[in-house]
Structure formats: structure tokens, C-alpha cells
Design a protein around this ligand. Sequence first.
Ligand code: ADP
Ligand code: K
Ligand code: ZN
Length: 432
Amino acid sequence: MYWNKTIECMDKELLKELQLKRLKETVKRVYHNVPHYRDKMQKIGLTPEDIKTLDDIKLLPFTTKDDLRQTYPFGMFAVPLSEVVRIHASSGTTGKPTVVGYTRKDIDTWAELVARAIVSAGGGKDSIIQVSYGYGLFTGGLGLHYGAERVGAVVIPTSGGNTKRQIMFMKDFGTTILACTPSYALYLAEVMEEEGIKPEELKLKAGIFGAEPWSENMRKELEQKLHITALDIFGMSELIGPGVAMECQYKNGLHVYEDCFIAEIIDPVTGEVLPEGEKGELVITTIAKEALPVIRYRTRDITALHTDECPCGRTHARIEKILGRTDDMLIIRGVNVFPSQIETALLNVGEVEPHYQLVVDRIDNLDQLEVWVEISDKFFSDEVKELEDLKRKITHEIYSTVGINVAVKLVEPKTIERSEGKAKRVIDKRKI
Ligand code: ADP
Ligand code: K
Ligand code: ZN
């Protein structure tokens, strides 16, 4: 049930003591070893000694992706390269990629966190874990890999792609846990269906899905299609990789591993810390990392924090399923819209396939959103009237969920590109 009960179910007061001790150490370390941090602190007259309580974390300046870019590639490392044993990098859709480094101990910590996550999903040494996250500079593949080895599972390092072969291995090797992005899981399920393989022919029990936002409706869809329990894992390369937070069997939020991370939620505009339960931007301070500690890192991910008790017994705080990133938020006629909200609405309709894309354009100086959604073959043989009815139904559902009127375009099966990693939900014609 737990990988590390002592830590995962630690008394909350003791956990806070541990956090404070580690926070102080981390601040000291970056102050002395990373000129960029020292400069930022000196500018506001802050010294490590000013951090006396956990609440004092608010005194520290935020760190952003931009800080990492300015110091590209290794300027934020708090140890010499001789101590670094691994580099990863995030895709960097804009500008230079973000480079992150790990000491041997960091790799060990990371494996420990992913091990906790795997055990949360019911995994252990008897599991056969297929890691279909991409291997390479992306942290997904190797992150899950080391955690799966740590728990003693059989690891199948398929990485992403070659979907038919993935399915063959899944069947022949008796994979019990699938780890990949939710959109790739959906694609796997689709190809499985085409190949005439029924979920009961597989031994799959659980899915560890993350690296992109996905709705509760998508969870239902995946659980139904694959006959599994689908759980959400959160992480980002700047913080360590996957394994920053993970759902337990109760699916009521993702436990943030608080012995290694301090989570805050801020108003993304004012930077003010928000009270518990309010939605805002997740800010994380790493308190157990050596090579690349980050102080109050602005993740741009929107969620809320909860500290009430969880029936699983873990005492670590939980974040809600991530709604999306501030970068992916669309502002349509003044209304903030996240792709995950559209996903919720679409899957509420029921008659559509869970494949969709949002096309944004600016027409006559107004931002327009067109929602493309696949419908099954059977609809295309239907009367035009029925298609129109379905369209109206979808438009209405989006209106009642998100509060905007959008244009809906029904497209034939397989029109929308399938993803082997993170799905591309938004096509922004304004940027082309
Ligand atoms: P890249 O920057 O190359 O996409 P990262 O792995 O560092 O690679 O991406 C981290 C981001 O992925 C997070 O900030 C978040 O936006 C997204 N992400 C990761 N896990 C989840 C999750 N479980 N739910 C929603 N979004 C997630
Ligand atoms: K080295
Ligand atoms: Zn729990």
C-alpha cells in the first residue's frame, strides 16, 4: 500500500519540521553556490538567516523558466559538473530548452519518489510495468524506469511509438501497469480495438498517466476502454521529473511529496499567495535536490491545494488535477478557457469520440475558437439533420460548461492527429 510509510504517513507537525530544516539548508546552498540566486536575494536585501519559519518562504523571490534560460545551460546548478551524473532537457517550444541536472543522490531521490507513485497505483515487485513515456532528454521515460526498477517490478522500456508492437508486448508479456501520457493511452486503446484485442485478454490493472492535462471524463473513458484504474502523476523537469505528486486510490487529488517539495498556490497576476482551496498557479520549492534546487518555481500550472485528511492515510497535501497551463489558457471574448474544460464538455455529450482539437484564429480583431471533434463513422451515414442536432448539443454543452459560444466542426474518424507523447490540443492560427 505504501512504499515509504514512515515518510508518506508522517505526522504533519514532524513533516513541517523536516520541511523547515530542508528549506533553510536549500536556501543556504543556493545563496552560496548559485550567483544568480545570490544576486536576486541581495537585490532585495535578503540573507539565508532571514528564513526562520516555513511562512518566511514568502520572502524569497520567485524563479521562472526565464531564470533558467538566462543561465543556460548550467548556470543554476548548485554543484560542480563533476558531481552531476545526468542531464535532461524540456522540449522548449519557445527559445532555448530548459536544461536540468542531477547528482547521484538526486537520481536516487527521484527513483524513491516514483517508487512511491507506483506503489500508490498498486504496483510492486510482482508488477510488469510498460514504460511508454518517451525515453531520452524528456524525463518521462527514464523517470518511470528508475522508479519501476526501484520497486523491483519487471520493466519493459518500450518508450513511445511503434504502437502495434507495444500492444503485442502488452499482451505477450502480461503487462500489469501502463505508464504513458493519457493521450497515448487512448491511442493504444484505439489501435487495440482495431486489432480486435479485448481488454480482458490483457492483464492490465492500472495506468500511471501524466505529463499533460486530462479530465475526469477522460479518466472514465480510459478506465472503461482498458479495464484499469487510471491514476494521475504530475511532475516537471525543472522540479525533478515525474513523481512530484501522485494520486492515491481515492482519486481525490495528487499527494505532493512534501518531504521533497513545498507547494504554494499564487495569484498568477499579483503573485500573492492564495488561501487553501483556491485555484491559482502552482509554485514549488524543491528542498531535497542537490544539482538544481529551485526556489519558488512558477510552474504556470493551474490547480488548488488541499491539506485535509485523505482516507489513504498519507499525510502529504494534495493538489487538484491540473486544469492546464497559463500558457495554454485561451481568452475567448474575455472568458478564460482551458482545453481540459472543453474536453470535459465534449465527453459529457457522450456521442463523440475523445479526439478533439481547438483551432484559434483572429477574425476581424476578435478571437474565435473552433472546436474540432471526431464522431464515429455511424454518424456520417446519418441524415444531415442528425448531424446538425449533434452539433447543437455539443455547442450547448460547451456553453453550459465553459460559458462561451464556439463553432463546432464535426470531423470524420482519424482526422485528428494521434499523439505518442503530449497531445497538441490547440492549433493557434494567430501565431502562424
Ligand atoms: P516539457 O516542458 O518538455 O513539456 P516537462 O515534463 O518538464 O516537459 O513538462 C512539465 C509540464 O507538463 C508541467 O508543467 C505541466 O504543465 C505538464 N504536466 C505534467 N504532468 C501533468 C499532469 N499530471 N497533469 C497535467 N499537466 C501535467
Ligand atoms: K560527472
Ligand atoms: Zn490519499
